[in-house]
Each structure stands twice: as C-alpha cells, then as structure tokens.
Design a protein around this ligand. Sequence first.
Ligand code: NI
Length: 441
Amino acid sequence: MEIRDIDIEIKNTTILTMDKECRIFLNSSLIIDKGYIIEIGESAAIGYKYKAAKVIDAKGKMVMPGLINAHTHAAMTIFRGIADDIPLKEWLFEKVFPLEDRFVKAKTVEIGTKLAIAEMILSGTTTFCDMYFFEDEIAKIVTETGIRAVLSEGVIDFPTPNSKTPDEGLKYTEMLINKWAGNPLVTIGVAVHSPYSCSPELLKKTKQLADKYNVPFNIHLAETKWEIETIQKTFGLTPTQLLNNLGLLSNNVIAAHSVHLTEQDIKLLADNKVGVAHNPQCNMKLASGVAPVCEFLDANIKVGLGTDGVASNNNLNMFDEMNTMALLHKISKNNSTMMDAKMVVKIATNGSAQVLGLQNEIGSIEIGKKADVIIIDLDKPHLIPLYNHYSHIIFSMNGSEVDTVIINGKLVMENRKLLTMDIEKIKMDAIELGTIIGKSL
Ligand code: NI
C-alpha cells in the first residue's frame, strides 16, 4: 500500500471532536494536510498510512477544536484596566469614546491587535470576531500571525478614528469585502455599533451592504436597561422590535450581548434565525444584566460566546469566559443543572462557529473541516485526577494549559512558544504606548 505524505500527525492522544455526537477518541491520531483534517482514528490503526512532515506525540495531552471568540474589539487591549467600576453609559461616552478619539490610529490599533492575538493564541483561541477601526491593518496582522478572524469596520453616527462619516466607513467596508474575498483566514463582515448610537437610516444602509455580499452583520443589541428606555422613548419599541421593523433581523446577524429581551423579542430572534454572541463577563462587570441564554437555547437560537473588548472584561481568555458562563447561569436560575460543562464547550466552539456563519469550516474536529485545533497539556496538578474532560475544561482549566495551537493546518504555537510573533517586541511596544496613554489621563 502506498504511504501518503501529509503535513501533520498528532498521535497517541485523546481527541474531543465536539461533533454532533461529541465523540471522544482515545489513543488516537489526527491527520492534517493542506489545512484540512483528513482522518481521525486510533494511532495504531491509521498511523502507518501516513508519512507526516511534522509528528507531534501528544501522549498525556488532549486535542480539541480551537475556541472561537464570537465578539470582541481586539485592539482595545491598549485600554486594559483604564476604566473599571463604572456603568456602561459613563464607561462608553465619558471614557471609551474620548480615549478612542485621541489614541486610536492605524499604528496603535496594530500594537493593540498584535498584543490581543498573542493573548488569544496563548489561551487557545483560534478565531475571533472583531468590530473595530482600521480593519484593513488588522486583516494584514491576522494573515501574518496566522489566526482566523471575522473582521468588521465599526460604523456609527459620528466620525470614527478611521472615517469622517458613516458613508465613508461603509465605502471602506465594501473595499475590504472585495480586497479580502477568498482569503483563507479573513472573512470581512459589516458592523454597525448599536440601535442607540445609529439612526434607522444608517442601520438599514449597513444591513443592505451586509446582505449585498452575504457577509456577517455585527451589532450590539439590548445591552443595558438604559438602551431599552432610550429606544422606547424615541420609537415606542424595544430595540429588537425596532430592528425587526427596519427589516434587519435575519440569519447573518450577530447580536452581541442581547441582555434585555422580552418573550416576544426572543421569538423574533428565533423566527429570523439571528445569532447571539453572549458576553457574560462584560455584562456582569458593567452590571448590564444577565442575558436569557437558557431561553435562547430553548428557542433554538444560535448562541456563541465572546469576551467583548478588554476595556470591559479585562482579558481575552475564553477559558475564563466559559467558566463564568457556566457559573452565571446556574446562580441566576438558582439551578445547578443549568448550562452543564459539555454544553458550554459546545457553545464556545461550534456554537460560535454557527453564529459567525463558519459552521461548515470550523467549530469541531471532523474530516473535511479546517484544522483549527489546540493541544492541551493534562500533566498539571489542577487537572488530576481526570474523570471528565468537559468538567476540567470548564471548571479547572485557565488557558495556561494550552500547549500547542494549529490554525488552518499551520502551527502557530508549539510548547507555548509563539511561532509567528515576536512577543518581546509586541510587549515592549504595548508598554511604551501604555506609558504615553497613562501620562495623558
Ligand atoms: Ni462590544
């Protein structure tokens, strides 16, 4: 029999597939070639068929799909810890927007995004969905560093650091959609900030652009009680009803937060196949509220998990976020059986993939899917003994156990060493920028 040359074999390991049946393979190999997963099976039974350019013996470790951060503002790492312990309205209008106005430029976005990508890869995130400014620069960094991303230039009813008018922002977005079409790592989406910061006309125009190219449409929805009151006062509707009346709800919508929804609002999201990006830590930190995620799941709404930006989190660690998600819904329902560990892992992998419209490419370890996988070192005091992998992922791990990361079939981290980034230079640049921002406060 002919031996086939392939790129990577990860062997002698436990593989959590997160496929439909959530199959777990023991003593097995994952075969990766040209960016794709081509076979999964017992190492002894399939290993002999392949000659890998790179063999990773992952005995004592486990392999799972990379985590997918369904909503963030990556470059905001430069504002980490700058405005804590205040409500969202004050946080956004008195802190974040003025800071962005002064400091967000192509160069600072580059520094912040590199720092963010380093942090994400080190904690097992292989895809992130970004809403920020200068997304063309961000796309370049994404392709250089080898992470996967859905990138959307934020549009709002006032000048942004990258566009004088919303129309300019939309033109820029359309340019990005065409420029990055077909890129294996970058998907360009469209982003409009929120129902309270954008006019109905702008909301509609933005959605039309997303629909024209059939790309993801990002929006912050029903995040705070203040937003509900503001929209109610102006339109006599809930924010969700407003979007529905404008014809904005459909299956390419990624509704971040979605905290304050009525039963009718939830039905509108379900009927229109809207996806929700849940941000539990940010919602807790800004005391925005508890999103009705159990109700979303009951209504068969697509739910993914995201950290939001680090100015309101204050990290990009999806292990941390998964832990919070599980605990939050147990206590808020006063029911310890809610949001079990396996469910949360599913949400942070294939749930997020579905919300981003990438469910056919990523979110599980299956033959034919893109090879976005992480290898976790189980040889740690806090992971012993091991009875249930999902339990450890949600309740015991903190992200530092992620040992090796493969994205699109390429190694981007091995034995915790980042292979595509100069981490010392990235840290130095971010410290320098932080000093300048700090002095100006
Ligand atoms: Ni956000």
